[in-house]
Design a protein around this ligand. Structure first.
Ligand code: AMP
Length: 219
């Protein structure tokens, strides 16, 4: 039951890589961006509250995203079983085929797009204390600024996300520099930060990430 944060700027490939890693290592993939988009598309009160913020490329409030993560960590057995077949759940939790499944199975989690502010880091620490979890590793996908800008141009041409227009992505990058980059310094001090070169092809970055994951999950 490891907790791994996948960190990176917009365009670094966090979502793609987190999905691949979750599939390969049977991890739960928690993406705050995806959770928020789901709220927006379902037209929930929360979705209506954050729609404009996301469309502008601003960060939504810390309390909102931390609440979403807290709720996801509270997921009971039934919710997990809805998404996962029982075999995968047993494998992910190291539970034998004949052993009973606990009420709340605790597989390892990869966090994508969270935390994005130092305040969120502190709130996550508090949450982990309450839920008897601990942070095992922060992996930062490192991509040079000029490559991020190149990818962003490319993405703006093909994406159907309303916050993937060029102006908005540029603003998301500013938000990243201003509010999210300090998260790196926060975790550097703790010694749990690993930097991975993400400048190349998806498969190259994935190979590097898999090596780190294999090591972390074996601890
Ligand atoms: P993403 O899919 O991770 O790029 O997130 C899309 C948008 O959702 C961001 O531009 C923010 O508006 C919002 N968002 C996602 N995660 C967070 C977070 N941890 N803190 C604040 N806003 C977030």
């Amino acid at each position: 039951m490891k907790n791994i944060i996948l960190f990176g700027a917009p365009g670094a490939g966090k979502g793609t890589q987190a999905g691949l890693l979750a599939e390969k290592f049977d991890l739960i993939h928690l993406s705050t961006g995806e959770m928020l988009r789901r709220e927006v598309s379902q037209g929930t009160p929360l979705g209506m509250r954050v729609k404009g913020i996301m469309e502008r490329g601003d960060l939504v409030g810390d309390d909102i995203v931390v609440n979403l993560i807290a709720k996801a960590l509270d997921n009971g057995r039934n919710e997990l079983l809805d998404e996962w077949d029982e075999l995968r759940l047993r494998r992910a939790c190291g539970i034998g085929p004949d052993d009973p499944l606990p009420e709340k199975p605790q597989p390892s989690i990869i966090y994508d797009g969270f935390p994005r502010t130092v305040q969120q880091c502190q709130m996550l620490e508090f949450l982990f204390q309450k839920k008897q979890r601990k942070l095992d590793c922060v992996i930062s996908i490192d991509v040079p600024q000029e490559e991020l800008v190149r990818r962003i141009h490319e993405r703006a041409l093909i994406s159907n996300r309303s916050d993937d227009t060029e102006d908005v992505i540029r603003h998301r990058l500013e938000e990243y520099e201003d509010k999210t980059r300090p998260v790196l310094d926060y975790y550097k001090v703790s010694g749990r930060l690993v930097m991975v070169d993400g400048s190349g092809e998806i498969s190259e970055t994935n190979t590097r990430l898999c090596q780190v994951l294999q090591y972390v999950l074996a601890q």
